[in-house]
Ligand binder design. Structure first.
Ligand code: UFG
Length: 327
């Protein structure tokens, strides 16, 4: 297939791009490198340096694209509470422009990076796709708006749409010839920050709230390895059906508290990780754990690296080689 990947220079988009190329697809990456990394671009893909809202310049009817995978977005839930306008523009307004371009160019299928954050504080655990959607942060709301736009687009204009609702993505994609890992600037995610502390590049980890109603008072999240998540995108592309918007949660179904994650980082790295309890971060849901039964049943998706040790181990291997420069 001829595919357009927005955000193909980012963490997840770059891994999916490699897998698509390995499976014989022709890939064009649309990424303005605002948060993506030039070094993460696949040499075998065409790169177009444009923002998502200008996708129509590439996605012309003559170009003959068979599908779009839309990753490009702002992703920090905490920041989305402080600068919501950035998130509505980057995540929702740009996605609507992309959907317009997809319709105008008669591209048959679109796979969208949605999020567990659409559920807010869930009323049932593990969370099925049918659970109440009540985001506690602007980030989740901006993604839910696009999910809803895709539902109506699929029905009205026969688009084959799939939303994948990611839980907390971790690990790195490591092969003999390749290493793609997580590098955000500034970094806001728990595991890369904990690795920074373990490596002695930060003094301590701020633990955002230890008075939540959980086993140890810290928030619970469901972690998924980036390679497992990436494989689900290839399955989703094949499973997309015209006129339908399919939605799948992607997680492992096990919840880990922030303290438990930090313990695994201490174990895997063999280094201390000093922690300082700080106030709660605005917008954080208490507990997000996925039911991915639908992805398993309908897509045939099976995670190959479901353990947090594997994810932290791969993230640490990437961190040592590519951030610290040690091999
Ligand atoms: N946390 C800390 N200290 C830190 C960083 C994080 O205590 O320095 C805590 C957070 O408060 C939260 C947990 O660690 O309780 C995980 O936080 P992350 O920032 O790593 O991830 P989030 O759960 O906020 O969000 C992530 C992605 C979103 C995605 C969501 C889905 O950033 O894009 O997972 O669950 F939608």
């Amino acid at each position: 297939m001829k595919l357009l990947v927005t955000g193909g220079a980012g963490f997840i988009g770059s891994v999916v791009t490699r897998m698509l190329l390995d499976n014989g697809h022709d890939v064009t990456v649309l990424d303005d490198l605002r948060t993506g990394h030039r070094a993460a671009l696949a040499p075998d893909a065409t790169h177009v340096e444009l923002p998502v809202h200008e996708a129509a310049r590439v996605l012309t009817p003559e170009a003959g694209f068979d599908g779009v995978l839309h990753f490009a977005a702002l992703i920090a839930a905490g920041e989305s509470m402080v600068k919501p306008e950035l998130y509505w523009h980057a995540n929702t307004v740009s996605s609507i422009a992309l959907i317009d371009a997809v319709r105008a160019a008669r591209v048959p299928r679109l796979v969208f990076s949605s999020t567990a954050a659409v559920y807010g504080n869930p009323t049932e655990l593990p969370i099925p796709e049918t659970a109440v959607k009540a985001p506690t942060n602007t980030y989740g709301a901006t993604k839910l708006a696009v999910d809803m736009a895709l539902t109506s687009e699929a029905i009205a204009h026969d688009l084959a749409a799939v939303s994948l609702r990611y839980f907390n993505v971790a690990g790195a994609y490591l092969r003999d010839d390749l290493a793609l890992g997580e590098r955000h600037d500034p970094e806001t995610h728990l595991i890369p920050i904990a690795l920074d502390v373990a490596a002695g590049r930060r003094e301590k980890l701020q633990l955002f709230g230890d008075d939540y109603p959980t086993v140890d008072g810290t928030c619970v999240r469901d972690y998924i390895h980036v390679a497992d998540l990436a494989r689900a995108h290839l399955l989703a592309l094949s499973a997309a059906v015209p006129g339908r918007h399919r939605i799948y949660n992607l997680g492992n179904g096990s919840g880990f508290t922030v303290k438990q994650v930090v313990d695994v980082v201490r174990e895997v790295t063999g280094h201390p990780v000093p922690v300082e309890v700080s106030p709660r971060r605005d917008g954080d849901p208490v507990e997000l754990v996925a039911s991915s039964a639908l992805a398993r049943d309908e897509l045939g998706w099976t995670p190959e690296k479901p353990t947090l040790h594997d994810m932290v181990g791969d993230a640490w291997a990437f961190y040592r080689a590519h951030v610290l420069g040690q091999r």
